[in-house]
Design a protein around this ligand. Structure first.
Ligand code: NAD
Length: 264
């Protein structure tokens, strides 16, 4: 069979609308036979997330604010009532004060630094902790990161520092949970127009730059991230853990682009 996810159950966290990276991942997993549950942030998002989940045959939806320990506990308690086992989780969540995703990193406040690290970094560890208890037969966990963790990108600021910590936590989690057959990986996605991305200053310029300077000379989309996620979440990647996999049209591999005209 070509159904890579047949018989697998997964939790998708971070679906806000049909532009979300989580939607590209969920669709690819469902197309390949996965049974899905969704968590969403706050009741206001429910009316958007419910019909999307429904399109993929899922009616297992749970409200969860990852900043709250109680909320995370309730999510996994609810999940355990319906499912005796979990095979994969997708963490597509990040947040920082919009006012600090423009201007200079040096101006980051302590409060926003704390909040950004809590929601964008610690929450992945908090989720994996709980998910691992339902993964007695092994499993796969995936988070989303960005090149701003590795190199300075305009306006990414405190989110870049948070993504660096998130990438390090992927490796520590992979080591801790490897002996239980649980794999932990990240996808470093190129810039994609989503709700979260619209908060970043000069985002259109960043997208244009990536389009002009990546080896494929274009940007990637949610579906391409979804296809690579399918690989990492399925048994195709059974030998892969602690990895940060770039889905960015190759942008991360270029130091400097040659001019197309030979003698500038
Ligand atoms: P999005 O706005 O569709 O998704 C972000 C999600 O985070 C939303 O569903 C939001 O509800 C959720 N969230 C924020 N705070 C939360 C909280 N306290 N509790 C629960 N959920 C919370 O945007 P997206 O671009 O799809 O973002 C998904 C992930 O991909 C993020 O980690 C983002 O940093 C990462 N990423 C995005 C890009 C890009 O260019 N869009 C590139 C690389 C990585």
């Amino acid at each position: 069979s070509t159904k890579l996810m047949a018989g697998k159950r997964g939790l998708i966290m971070g679906l806000a609308n049909d532009k979300s990276i989580a939607w590209g991942i969920a669709r690819n997993c469902a197309d390949h036979g996965a049974e899905l549950a969704f968590s969403y942030q706050g009741e206001a998002l429910k009316k958007r997330v419910q019909p999307l989940a429904g399109q993929l045959g899922s009616d297992l939806l749970v409200e969860c604010d990852v900043a709250e320990e109680d909320s995370l506990d309730r999510l996994f308690d609810t999940l355990a009532q319906s499912w005796d086992r979990l095979d994969f989780i997708v963490h597509a969540i990040g947040f920082s004060d919009k006012e600090q995703l423009r201007g200079r990193y040096v101006d980051t406040t302590r409060d926003n630094f704390r909040m950004t690290m809590d929601i964008s970094v610690y929450s992945f560890t908090a989720v994996v902790q709980r998910a691992a208890r339902m993964m007695a037969e092994g499993g796969s966990a995936l988070t989303l990161t960005y090149y701003g963790a590795e190199k300075v990108m305009p306006h990414y600021n405190v989110m870049g520092v948070a993504k660096a910590a998130l990438e390090a936590s992927v490796k520590y989690l992979a080591e801790d949970l490897g002996k239980d057959g649980i794999r932990v990986n990240a996808i470093s996605a190129g810039p994609i127009k989503t709700l979260a991305a619209s908060g970043i200053g000069d985002f259109r310029y960043i997208m244009k730059w990536n389009e002009l300077n990546s080896p494929l000379r274009r940007n990637v989309n949610q579906d391409e991230v979804g296809k690579s996620a399918l690989y990492l979440l399925s048994d195709l990647a059974s030998g892969v853990t602690g990895e940060v996999h770039h889905v960015d049209a190759g942008y991360h591999s270029v130091g400097m682009k040659a001019v197309d005209a030979p003698d500038i």
